[in-house]
Structure formats: C-alpha cells, structure tokens
Write a protein that binds this ligand. Structure first.
Ligand code: FEO
Length: 393
C-alpha cells in the first residue's frame, strides 16, 4: 500500500495492484491498477471516500485500524473494486454512515448485504458539513454505472471522481511517473470504460467547467495536480471529430486474408490514409480500444470458419459495437473456401453501430488481380470519405 498526503487532513490510501493483468476478466491491464480510498478529516467529522478491492482488504484494514474515528463513508460507485471493502469499514466503525446516491443504495444492499439502516442517500448538489470542510455531491450517472457520483471538497478544491478520469496504472508516485505515461493509461481507461457513454460524459465535463479545481483525485491511478491535463484530454476524446485513420482488426488462417490486409494497408497508405492493422491472435485489445477513440473507419478482415467469420473477429466486432466509438465508416473483407457468409455475420453483429457501411469484399481462395483491384477501390473510397469528413470538421 502507499499512503500519500494530498494536503493537511486529506490522505490517500493507494492499494497498488502491480500484478493484476485483467479487469472484469476482459480488459487487459499492462500497467496493473490501483484502488484509491481517501480520508478527509474535518474539524468535526471524518470521512472516507470509497474503499478498495477485496483482494487488498487486509492491508486496507490494517490502515483503518490506525484511524481514530470515522463518521461517514462516501460510496461514489458500487462496483466491487471500490465498494468491496465496505463491510470491513462498517464493522470497524459501527457508528459510521454510508453517504451515497438513491440509485446506489439498493445496489449496496444487494451486492454487499449491508443493512440499509447504515445508508443515507444524498441528492445531487447536496452538501455535508464536516466542520471546517464541506463535501458537495454531484450525481454523475453513467460514468460508468447508473448510480455514480462525484464528490467535491469545497475548501480544498479537490474533486474525487472514482472511475471517472481515472487510469489503470499502479505506481507508488502520487502524481504518476510522467504525463505521457499517465495520458496513455488514462486514454486506455477512457476507451475501455467510459467511451460507450461519451455523449453523457460530455455533459458531465460541461458541468465541471463551472468548478474551480485544484486537484482531481480518482479511485484508480495517480492524482492530477494539474486538472486541465485530464479534463482537456477528455474534451478531445469526447468532442474531436474522428481522424484520418483506418483500423484493420484481422485474423488469417492460411494466408489469404493476410494478403488482403497487407495489400489494403499499402493501398490506404499510398492514398494518404493512416492505417493500423491488429492481428487478433496476438494483439492487446486495449490498444485497439485506444485507437478506436480517434479512428474514422474500421475494416474487419476475416477468414471463414464453416460458414461464418472467425470467432476472434466476431468477439472483437462485438466489443467494438459495445464500446460505441465515434467511427463513421465500416467495412468487411473476407476470404472463404467454399461458403461465403462471413461478411453477413459481421454486419449483423455491428448493426448497432451508427456507421456508413462500405461495400464488402469476398474472395474465394487466394486473392487474384481483380480482388486486389477491389481492395484498391475500397481504399480509394475510404480516402475520399475521409477527405470529405476533414472538410466537415
Ligand atoms: Fe473501478 Fe467501475 O469500477
């Protein structure tokens, strides 16, 4: 664990999880993660903001034992990496009350079997007096669950944001190893967790523009002593138009799809379009997610297994649709041996994406001259659409 003082009377307990490599059994964590809880000591009341993942509860409990009193536990979000140690806090401090949103209350009861008498709900904009300090609660639904809220410590101008604006990055440094490294980790976090809600997040960012912030303290990753760094980054990710970038997630079983991908990469590059291929048998899906924040186009390339797309491509297409990126165009190229239904399987799955579909390309066996010409036409079409998009922007 790491203990850091943000200012007099505000301490961070950072449970650094350097070894964790997967979140939700899905999201790759190349840099581990941290679960941050914050102790705020007012002249009359003491508050803990969030707890830690149960896998770190032993060290957390040791730290709790050093705290003289606790009046409130602020639960900003009920996902277990922040709420999972609530029971040990309530046991150690029998007079402490949970402060949370009305939507979070039944979730806490259901997920952690907490007696609802220990929970007091707070409204959006409500304040709680700690004596010489004041907490203000900002309901912020869908970052990334429906019950979430942020907490503003008015006198110190510190905003506690739980998942929002956070990063999966284990580090013993309060403010992170470097802005570049934090930026990449925060962008990966945004892409994987927050991007599906980017239109709602835009509204939350607009609201925060009215707040004078000295520090942003998320419950994952380093604390930001320059709030504009992460707020500006989120502003770009949420608001900027998609870039002149094509993503090419692909699998090739016997080489035909690989030949098509190689040709398309060259054809796009010749036409001034940036392209990133992702071999789905080896790629880090987090890198694909990061690229989805900026890309205008995705083209899936798949071989055919029986009559449909390769399962890795199907799973990735499902993930892309779930992440709801700002993509504007999508296409599918497929190779097949005897049955050619792979493109239909993918376009059906991606139906929820609000994109313009480019004509699919299906190739039987190894690509021939006319197949490469079709890929050239696809590259030409993408380049033209991206130029039109740049003029819109
Ligand atoms: Fe970090 Fe949504 O939990």
């Amino acid at each position: 664990m790491t203990l850091h003082k943000l200012t007099d009377g505000v301490t961070r307990f950072g449970a650094q999880d350097f070894d964790r490599r997967l979140f939700d059994e899905l999201i790759p964590l190349p840099d581990g993660t941290s679960y941050n809880a914050y102790l705020v000591e007012g002249s009359e009341k003491t508050v803990l903001v969030d707890t830690v993942d149960p896998r770190k509860s032993s060290a957390f409990d040791t730290w709790l034992a050093s705290i003289d009193r606790l009046d409130y536990l602020v639960t900003q979000h009920v996902e277990q990496d922040h709420s999972g140690s609530i029971p040990i806090v309530l046991e150690r401090f029998p007079n402490a009350t949970i402060l949370t949103t009305p939507k979070a209350k039944p979730l806490i009861v259901d997920h952690l079997h907490v007696n609802e008498n220990r929970i007091r709900t707070v409204e959006d904009g409500e304040t709680v007096d700690l004596g010489d300090r004041t907490l203000e609660f900002l309901h912020a639904p869908w970052v990334h669950w429906p019950e979430t809220m942020l907490t503003y410590l008015q006198e110190d101008r510190i905003l506690f944001t739980c998942d929002f604006l956070g990063s999966h990055l284990a580090t013993t440094q309060l403010h992170g190893p470097s802005q570049d490294r934090v930026h990449v980790a925060a962008k990966r976090y945004y892409a994987e967790i927050m991007m599906p809600f980017h239109t709602i997040i835009r509204k939350h960012l607009d609201r925060l523009a009215d707040y004078d912030l000295a520090m942003i303290a998320p419950s994952h990753g380093p604390v930001y002593d320059d709030p504009s760094f992460i707020l500006d980054a989120y502003g770009h990710w949420v608001n900027d138009p998609p870039e002149n970038l094509v993503l090419l997630p692909y699998v090739s079983m016997h080489g035909s799809t690989g030949l098509m991908v190689e040709h398309l990469v060259g054809a796009l590059t010749e036409r001034g379009v940036q392209v990133e291929p992702f071999n789905l048998t080896v790629t880090d899906l987090g890198k694909l997610a990061i690229a989805l924040v900026d890309a205008a186009t995705v083209v899936f390339a798949t071989p055919t297994i029986l009559t449909g797309p390769h399962p890795n491509v199907l799973a990735t297409a499902y993930l892309v649709a779930a992440l709801r990126p700002k993509l504007r165009f999508a296409g599918v190229v497929a190779s097949y041996g005897w049955a050619g239904k792979a493109t239909e399987g993918l376009t059906d799955l991606l139906g929820s994406l609000k994109v313009e579909w480019l004509d699919p390309i299906k190739v039987k066996g190894q690509p021939r001259k006319e197949d490469y010409e079709a890929l050239d036409r696809l590259a030409e079409e993408i380049a033209a659409r991206h130029k039109a998009l740049a003029k819109e922007g």
